[in-house]
Design a protein around this ligand. Structure first.
Ligand code: ADP
Ligand code: MG
Length: 330
């Protein structure tokens, strides 16, 4: 794994112009993904994970808009590209896999045509070559009888097979980066494990970097190299997966960890009490303070600083306020 960042995001801020004040869904978010690395982005539903993914690809629709930030990918700031250049990046540079393959796949188009479509659109293959390539990709994602399945329509496939097809679509132009947004959430547990295995294998075969988005730290533990924990639009902790799992620095991350099931029947999970705050009415200090078991008076007054708690491991919490500011000693 090289240390050169493939994607580096600085101060990304995405707002929705609804109501009286803009709702900040992604709030000053910064992270990097290096070549060959898997970054897991984790957080409860509504924390801003999908809006982050959509922002990177400039797919946020009004009333949403990117208000600030830089998204450097292969040396270019994606936020300054023309729409035409951006079309070249989508698919060929960055592939996208969604939670719901049935919503993302075209129900009246054969899966082979959908897999080959981007190759034809980007001028990388003729229609006949695209079909051959689609069969190869179906084989790569472990679909049995790919030369028959290539002519199937999405409804003829199981949920797990459809997610494999989505991955084949995402991989068709051999993008160096794939963003997978809750790729296993809609699947049952056995199929989930198969898709995670497949993602790991595709990462090796296609030499991919991966941004894996999930609300499930258990999934992250299986696949990610590093983890960014998102809460109310901000990254509150980021670090190597082992450090996050063994010594989480932020009380929110500790709460998420306590709620991972360990597979014991009838086990009760310690879910984090309370709900994600309304993003239009965030408290002035730490957004997690109202739910935090370690809350102190200063938590309500100002946003805690982003500090380095160990090498490559940062957190935004007053528990570590005496540590060095993040970014000062990297
Ligand atoms: P996650 O993927 O972490 O579950 P999202 O990124 O989808 O969360 O959404 C984060 C927040 O952004 C939502 O809670 C909501 O407040 C806001 N949001 C997302 N999409 C829209 C929209 N189309 N209009 C208004 N607000 C939105
Ligand atoms: Mg989402």
């Amino acid at each position: 794994m090289s240390s050169e960042p493939l994607l580096s995001v600085h101060g990304l801020t995405t707002v929705f112009d609804v109501g009286t004040a803009p709702l900040v869904a992604v709030n000053d978010v910064s992270f990097e993904i290096r070549k060959g690395e898997t970054l897991g982005l984790v957080g409860e539903s509504g924390s801003g994970k999908s809006v982050t993914a959509f922002s990177l690809l400039r797919l946020v629709q009004p009333p949403g808009r990117i208000a600030a930030g830089r998204v450097l990918f292969q040396g270019r700031d994606l936020l300054t590209l023309s729409e035409k250049e951006m079309c070249g990046v989508r698919g060929a540079g960055i592939g996208l896999v969604f939670q719901e393959p049935m919503a993302a796949l075209n129900p009246v188009m054969r899966v082979g045509t959908q897999i080959g479509e981007s190759l034809v659109v980007h001028g990388l293959a003729s229609k006949r070559e695209a079909r051959e390539r689609a069969i190869e990709l179906l084989r790569a994602v472990k679909i049995v009888d790919p030369d028959k399945r290539v002519d199937d329509y999405p409804h003829q496939l199981s949920g797990g097979m459809r997610q494999r097809v989505m991955l084949a679509v995402a991989l068709a132009c051999r993008p160096p980066l794939v963003i997978a947004d809750e790729p296993t959430t809609a699947l049952d547990v056995t199929v989930q494990a198969q898709i995670l295995d497949l993602l790991r294998e595709m990462k090796r075969t296609f030499d991919l970097s991966l941004l894996l988005i999930t609300h499930d730290l258990g999934v992250i533990a299986e696949v990610a190299d590093r983890v960014a924990v998102m809460y109310a639009g901000r990254i509150v902790e980021e670090g190597p997966v082992r450090a996050i799992l063994r010594s989480p620095a932020h009380p929110y991350t500790r709460g998420l960890l306590a709620s991972i099931p360990h597979g014991r029947a009838g086990e009760r999970l310690a879910a984090i009490e309370g709900v994600v705050p309304n993003l239009a009415q965030l408290p002035p200090g730490c957004s997690f303070a109202p739910r935090c078991p370690e809350r102190r008076p200063e938590c309500d007054r100002a946003l805690p600083p982003d500090v380095t708690v160990a090498e490559g491991h940062r957190a935004r919490c007053v528990l570590h306020a005496a540590a060095a500011p993040a970014g000062s000693a990297r």
